[in-house]
Structure formats: structure tokens, C-alpha cells
Design a protein around this ligand. Structure first.
Ligand code: ADP
Ligand code: ZN
Ligand code: ZN
Length: 814
């Protein structure tokens, strides 16, 4: 009898691959375990068992696997089902989803590097081959798996590497990523020789001449009074002895060392009880629970500062009490340290945070805790990728700020929307899912009004604080009357001064970073452009350089025009940096801070600025849309938006919806705790319907109008969109490819193919870009449409001229 497994490989190929296994292996293996397999001539990958069966592949001879890497599944069946949905819905390979899901430390390959372990090892237990490699590593600090094979003159060396790993002689390290090493703490216990009291006396006597050692032993007894494991470090500090003293006691068979693995991400226990809900929150909570009796998805439309988070906490508590897991999704975790802290206060060490900026180690740890359903992983807080953790028992998913674009992954594949994928995940677990926002996305609100989702509104700010007063300032008028100072109207300056005089804080929103987005020669009109991208460079004054915001190219600001040689380079438009500098001149007695991509690099970049603003070290904070994301500062009384027009004029069918969301969200940062706040919006176009709707926070009207436009111009939520992008260094190739593709698609979908078009920035990093969009009418089968697109894609890729072109497919590309 022969046995086979189908394996998912972490590569973008549609199929799974079949390998042969022995009967013993077949009895041992389960779906979701990892195996090391070779693929192609030299490559070796970590694959995932997807199926176990007895059917040999017909097109190729199945290779044997190298080795089984897990003793129990690392990925569960619910995840595998979820992966299949993602792969079919977003038209990507299972391998793409596999790679996106697992922390890379779980995905070792032939290029993986091994190093010797710092802890000492008993060499006598090493087998011959193992010893050879161990010795080689004494001379050479690291080896790849390939080099191990060369040293031993063998092909299948994974078992040997694994043997060394199991004996803790080596560590495995992926070249690109940091390998997981559990953090070990060294503990001390008494050797078995000294189990009785009588033997202890002799022990102390025997040490009467070794003073230091005696001190250490006495400290040990002292510390053992509270019956907890004793850390080597604690003895060292209490007895004031060095680690060599402890080592000599171990050598004398008096002490023994042992190690306990600790998880490095640990919070303290909860410190506060949940807050008592106000009457409106109480009602909302009741309505949500009612909605959940008949619907799996509910949308909580709660205005800014209505206390949605407090409502979430009650639902979370119920689910934890029922012994189930909670997933709390946030748009961008780095920006939401405030929410993390708030939840920690309530739920303490039941929370784990899954953070893309955390090290590999930390992520592996969270993965294992979720897999083992540990109580510290009761609530997982994370950005979109937290969706892929090995939940077995989800009871609730909260998607906070569900309208946020950062839930959508654009690059690389899988190009999923985490909110939508979370809805499917909840279904797989029979869990409930709550979407929360003050400015819901059109599609979620549409689903709610269609009765697909429950809908609950929360229309009062906590403490009955009024929503801020919003005024529109006509910049054209102000310029005519000469009432502008730099980029500020006199009215805006008055409001800022008023707030600062009252010791309140100000947030100023400008959606462009840098000093000015365009540099232009006054003589010839030419602007310096990026050599790699089809875009003009942005001037950053502080470093006196020009930068590309697409590829990060940078160069010093030239003194003269590269085209005509005149010294007439001038800057146009303005970004956060320019605003910050103007403010420093206008308000020299106050502290001005800036929050944008340039000031928030690094793991704690955001926290520093947010922290400084919270503790009032900064009076005025200038920033980009980062400021719109759920921050809660109690002392902000004024929010200023310096140029509303760039948002409104963006060429995208969602521009108006987005502009509304962004402006209402930043406005929502004003006057949250005590008195009503102020919002001032500078614009050239104060009669624009979106600005009117923002100024009255009229979501209903915005929704109605936008929805009508979507219907009229055939856009979501009525029509679905699939976008195809081709990229290549050779413009002609892309151009020919996209024409071929457009014609082929038009034969199937006729007028519902839009394009081809070049995007606003049509070349990035020297790759030319062309797009096509396919619109799918409400009644047309999604599955059939995708099948047809896949067929056309396969034909396209069979044309040898087109094969080198990058083909990107993006479902719900918005
Ligand atoms: P949202 O997420 O809806 O914008 P938050 O949950 O951030 O609102 O709440 C706004 C502020 O009001 C927070 O500082 C929060 O602590 C406070 N708050 C909300 N509800 C309550 C409550 N029931 N009791 C005490 N404070 C509350
Ligand atoms: Zn010039
Ligand atoms: Zn560039």
C-alpha cells in the first residue's frame, strides 16, 4: 500500500504538490503539520500537509518527504478552510495565504542558516554526523543547510540538523528573519544529595572555608522560604556573588541549574473594573445583543467619543466568561496604543498583542499561545494579519473603525480586506462580529440597511458633550481681502491663539508631508522628477533635500534648475513640515510637534509623539491622516483642517466618502471630555456638498447622495470591482499586454471592462503600470466571472512574450 500527502508550498503556484510517505508516516501525520520537502532541483521548503491519501499523482513521480517538522498540527482545520476561502475569493494561491499567515520562523528553507548554541552541550550525546557539523560550527560561525550537505556529502541533511536542534546544540536562523528563541530564565535548585535536613548541616560545615559559596547557599535557603522557584540572578544579587560562584557550586554537585521558558510579552493583571455604561451605551449594548440573536454581523454606528470602546468591553467580558476567544482588530496598531492600554487596564494578562513591528520571536509566541488556547491569549489585539492566528474557539470579533482603508492589503498577495475576511472567519467559528465606526463605509452601511447586518446607533457623546462646532473658512475670500498669513487665515490664527491662551491644545491636519509637494522652475516651468518614478519630487526643508514618496529616492536640493540652469527654483503647495515651520514663527512661545511618516519611524516613534502630546509637552500637533485614527486626547479644543480641497479632488470613486470620513474623524478629536470643541476647515470651495455635510455631521445625507452616485456610475456596493494591473520595465511590453488583455476581457464582459488606463503615477521603481477594471453587475455570478478571468489569464501567460510581465489581480480593489 502506498501513501501520499498533498502539500501547500509557500510559493505563488495554484496547485498543491503530492509527496510520498511511508505507512508509519501516514499514521503519524495530520493535516496542518509541517514537513520539509525538496522542490525543483535544489530548493527545499517547509510545506504544510493539506491532505493525506493513497492516490499517486499521474503527471509526475511523487518524491519522498525529507522530514516531519511538527508533532502536532501547527495550523488547524478552520484555518485551512479560511485559507481556501481567501484563496478562491481573492484569486490567489494557497501558498500565498500560507506565507502570509505564518510567522516566517515557521517557514525554514534551503537558505536557512544555522549557528552554534550559546548554552553548553554534552558533546558525548552527539551522533557522528552531528558532531562533524557541531565541530564545523566552532570554526565557522554559521552554515546554510546547503553547506551542511556539502560538508557531509549527503543530500538529506534535515534529520541531522534536526537532531542537533533537538539536542540544543545549534540554533536555526533564517537569513532574512530573526529565528524564534524562547527566552530562558536560569533557576537554581538543590542537588538531590541534599534532600534531608541532616545533609544540609554537613553541607554548610563543608563550606565554612569557602565564604562566598556559603553566602550563596544561605541566600538560597533564605529565598526558598516563600516556596517559589529561585532565579540564579536573585541569589547573585542577594548574596552579592558572581555567576562563577554558582557554577562552582553546581560543579560540586551542591546546586543544579534548570531553565524555565518565559514568554516575553506579558502584561500585569487587570487593575480596574469595567466602567459603568451610560444610559445610551446601555441601550446600544442591549440592541447589539438583540441583533446578535438573529444576525451574525452587527454594525455599531456610534459618533466619535460616544464610548464605543466601553460597549465593546462588555461584550468581550461576556465572551471571555463563556470561555471563548476574542479577536479585536484595529486599523493600525502602532497608532492605537491608547486602546491597548485601555483594554489592558480591564483585561490585564488575558490580552496578547499581535504586531507586525514585533520581532519574529514575539509573534511566534503569540501564535503558540493562541494555538494552545492559553488564557493569556483570551483576547488578541492586532492589525489585519492577526486574522491568521490559529484560533480554535472564537466567540467574538470586533472590527474597530471598520471603514479604515488600512484593513485592505494591497501588496503583496493575498490582497484581502481584513474586515470582510473576518466576517467569513466568524462564520467558520459560529462567532459574532461587531463592526464599529463613527463614519461607516458605504458598503457596510448598505448591508445594514439591506438587513444583512444588524444596525445599532449611538448618537450621544459620553458626558453629553456636544459634537464640535464646525466652521468653513473661504480661503479665496480671505486671499482677496488679504487676510491670509502664510497658509493661515486670520480666523484660524485667532482660534489657535484663543485655545492656547486657555491652556488647551490644538491639532492641525494637513494631508501632505514634507515641506512642499512640488518644486518648479519659475523660468522654464520644469519640475525635478524622480529618476525611477513618473512623479515630481517633494521638497523636505529640514534636510534640504528632494524626496520621492513612492520609492524613497532622495537627493540634495539643487541650486539651479536642471533644465535651463537658472537660479529660479521655487516651491509650490505645502506639507506638514512647512506648516510646522510657519507655526514656530507665529507662536514662538508654544511647543509645536509634528506627526507624519517622517517623524514616526521605528517601533516607538508614534508612542513618543502621542505620549508627548498626552502629557501636554506639545501644544500644537501638526499631522497627516494618522491623526484621524481613533486617538483620544482630553485637552484638545480646536482641530484645524488647512486644505480640504486636495482630499475632495482626488480621482477615485470613493474620494468623497473618504474625505467625509477623514474630516469627521479628525474633527472628532476636538472637545472630547469637557466642553464643546471647535473645528475650522479652510477651503477654496465652501459650498461643496461634502463640506456642507461634514460641517453638520450629516452622515445620512452623505450616504444617500453617495449611494445614488454609486448606482448611477455602477460602482460598489451595487457593482463589484476586480482590478488587473500589469507591470514591467519595458513600456511596450506592458502596452501590448494590456491591449491584448483588454480585448480578450471585452469579449466576455463587453462594456463592463474599463480601461486600459495608466494610473496617476504610471511608473514606480522603473516599472511601467497599466490597469484594467472589470465591473460585475449585481446579478452576474461572481464565481463564473472569476473562472472566466482565470481562463483568460492562463491564456495570457501562455504567450511567451507576455510571460515576464507581472500580472496582479485585485478583487474588491478599493
Ligand atoms: P469612541 O471610541 O466612540 O470615539 P471612546 O470609547 O474613546 O469613544 O470614549 C470617549 C471617552 O469617554 C473616553 O475617554 C472614555 O474613557 C470615556 N467614556 C466613554 N464611556 C464612558 C463611561 N460609560 N464611563 C466613563 N467614561 C466613559
Ligand atoms: Zn528652468
Ligand atoms: Zn521614485
Amino acid at each position: 500500500m502506498s501513501y501520499f500527502i498533498d502539500v501547500i508550498l509557500p510559493i505563488p503556484i495554484q496547485k498543491t504538490f503530492t509527496y510520498s510517505i511511508t505507512e508509519d508516516e501516514a499514521n503519524f501525520l495530520q493535516k496542518g503539520m509541517r514537513v520539509a520537502v525538496s522542490f525543483g532541483k535544489t530548493k527545499m521548503y517547509t510545506g504544510l500537509v493539506f491532505n493525506i491519501h493513497q492516490t499517486a499523482p499521474t503527471l509526475y513521480e511523487a518524491k519522498e518527504i525529507h522530514q516531519i517538522l511538527d508533532e502536532a498540527p501547527l495550523v488547524n482545520e478552520k484555518q485551512l478552510k479560511h485559507w481556501q476561502w481567501i484563496s478562491s475569493y481573492y484569486m490567489c494561491s494557497l501558498g500565498d495565504v500560507f506565507r502570509a499567515s505564518l510567522p516566517s520562523a515557521f517557514l525554514l528553507e534551503s537558505e536557512t542558516v544555522i549557528t552554534i548554541n550559546e548554552l553548553e552541550v554534552d558533546q558525548s550525546i552527539l551522533l557522528d554526523d552531528e558532531f562533524l557539523i557541531y565541530e564545523a560550527l566552532q570554526h565557522q560561525s554559521q552554515l546554510t543547510i546547503h553547506q551542511v550537505a556539502a560538508i557531509l556529502g549527503k543530500k538529506k541533511v534535515m534529520p541531522i540538523v534536526n537532531g542537533l536542534l533537538q539536542k540544543s546544540a545549534i540554533s536555526v536562523q533564517e537569513e532574512i528573519y530573526e529565528q524564534y528563541k524562547p527566552k530562558l530564565i536560569k533557576y537554581v535548585r538543590l542537588h538531590a544529595n541534599y534532600a534531608t535536613d541532616a545533609s544540609l548541616e554537613t553541607l554548610l560545615e563543608s563550606l565554612s572555608r569557602a565564604k562566598k559559596q556559603r553566602e550563596a547557599v544561605l541566600s538560597f535557603f533564605h529565598l526558598s522560604a516563600n516556596k517559589k522557584p529561585i532565579k540564579a540572578k536573585d541569589i547573585e544579587s542577594q548574596a552579592n556573588v558572581s555567576s562563577t560562584i554558582l557554577k562552582s557550586l553546581v560543579d560540586k554537585n551542591i546546586f543544579e541549574f534548570y531553565h524555565i521558558q518565559i514568554d516575553r510579552i506579558s502584561f500585569n493583571g487587570a487593575t480596574n473594573d469595567l466602567k459603568q455604561l451610560n444610559q445610551f451605551q446601555e441601550i446600544a449594548l442591549k440592541e447589539i445583543k438583540e441583533a446578535f440573536t438573529t444576525k451574525d454581523v452587527t454594525l455599531l454606528h456610534g459618533i466619535t467619543s460616544s464610548g464605543k470602546t466601553e460597549v465593546y468591553t462588555k461584550l468581550i467580558q461576556d465572551v471571555l466568561d463563556a470561555g471563548k476567544q476574542v479577536l479585536f482588530l484595529l486599523p493600525e496598531i502602532a497608532l492605537t496604543t491608547q486602546i491597548i492600554t485601555r483594554l489592558q487596564v480591564y483585561f490585564g494578562n488575558q490580552i496578547s498583542v499581535f504586531h507586525s513591528k514585533y520581532s519574529m520571536n514575539e509573534r511566534v509566541e503569540v501564535w503558540k499561545n493562541v494555538l494552545e488556547n492559553k488564557s493569556k491569549a483570551g483576547i488578541i489585539l492586532g492589525a489585519r494579519s492577526a486574522l491568521f492566528l490559529p484560533f480554535s474557539n472564537l466567540g467574538l470579533i470586533v472590527v474597530d473603525e471598520e471603514h479604515e482603508t488600512s484593513y485592505k492589503q494591497f501588496e503583496p498577495s493575498p490582497r484581502y480586506n481584513a474586515r470582510d475576511a473576518a466576517i467569513v472567519l466568524a462564520k467558520l467559528h459560529d462567532a459574532k462580529i461587531l463592526l464599529g465606526s463613527a463614519t461607516p463605509s458605504l458598503e457596510s452601511y448598505f448591508n445594514a440597511t439591506q438587513n444583512k447586518y444588524g444596525l445599532v446607533a449611538l448618537n450621544r457623546r459620553h458626558g453629553n458633550v456636544q459634537l464640535p462646532k464646525i466652521e468653513l473658512i473661504d480661503v479665496k475670500e480671505k486671499q482677496r481681502k488679504k487676510e491670509m498669513k502664510g497658509h493661515f487665515s486670520d480666523r484660524m490664527l485667532f482660534l489657535i491663539q484663543e485655545a492656547l491662551d486657555a491652556k488647551e491644545q490644538v491639532i492641525l491636519f494637513q494631508n501632505r508631508r514634507g515641506y512642499s509637494p512640488v518644486v518648479e522652475c519659475k523660468t522654464c516651468g520644469v519640475s525635478p522628477e524622480c529618476p525611477n518614478c513618473d512623479v515630481t519630487l517633494t521638497y523636505h526643508k529640514f534636510k534640504h533635500e528632494l524626496r520621492c514618496h513612492y520609492c524613497n529616492y532622495q537627493r540634495a536640493m539643487p541650486n539651479s534648475c536642471g533644465a535651463c540652469g537658472s537660479n529660479t527654483l521655487d516651491t509650490k503647495g505645502f506639507g506638514t513640515e512647512q506648516i510646522e515651520m510657519e507655526l514656530k514663527v507665529l507662536f514662538p512661545d508654544f511647543k509645536i510637534g509634528r506627526m507624519d511618516l517622517d517623524t514616526t519611524r521605528g517601533k516607538h516613534g508614534y508612542q513618543k509623539i502621542i505620549g508627548a502630546f498626552e502629557t501636554k509637552e506639545i501644544d500644537v500637533l501638526v499631522g497627516t491622516q494618522m491623526l484621524s485614527k481613533g486617538l483620544d486626547f482630553e485637552n484638545v479644543s480646536l482641530v484645524g483642517i488647512l486644505n480640504a480641497d486636495t482630499m475632495l479632488n482626488f480621482p477615485d470613486f470613493r474620494a468623497h466618502e473618504r474625505a467625509y470620513q477623514m474630516m469627521v474623524q479628525v474633527s472628532g478629536r476636538a472637545g472630547r471630555s469637557k466642553k464643546q470643541g471647535n473645528v475650522a476647515i479652510q477651503t477654496y470651495n465652501p459650498n461643496h456638498q461634502i463640506l456642507q455635510q461634514v460641517s453638520t455631521t450629516n452622515y445620512a445625507e452623505m450616504y444617500k447622495e453617495q449611494l445614488q452616485e454609486r448606482w448611477q456610475y455602477k460602482y460598489p456596493p451595487y457593482y463589484r470591482l476586480i482590478k488587473i494591473t500589469l507591470k514591467h520595465r519595458d513600456y511596450n511590453k506592458v502596452d501590448k499586454g494590456i491591449d491584448w488583455l483588454a480585448r480578450a476581457l471585452q469579449q466576455s464582459f463587453g462594456e463592463f471592462v474599463l480601461g486600459p488606463t495608466a494610473p496617476a503615477v504610471s511608473r514606480i521603481r522603473n516599472q511601467y503600470i497599466k490597469n484594467l477594471v472589470i465591473k460585475i453587475p449585481p446579478k452576474q455570478s461572481l464565481a463564473n466571472t472569476k473562472n472566466q478571468i482565470t481562463k483568460i489569464r492562463n491564456t495570457f501567460e501562455a504567450v511567451s512574450d507576455f510571460r515576464p510581465i507581472r500580472f496582479i489581480i485585485d478583487v474588491d480593489a478599493y
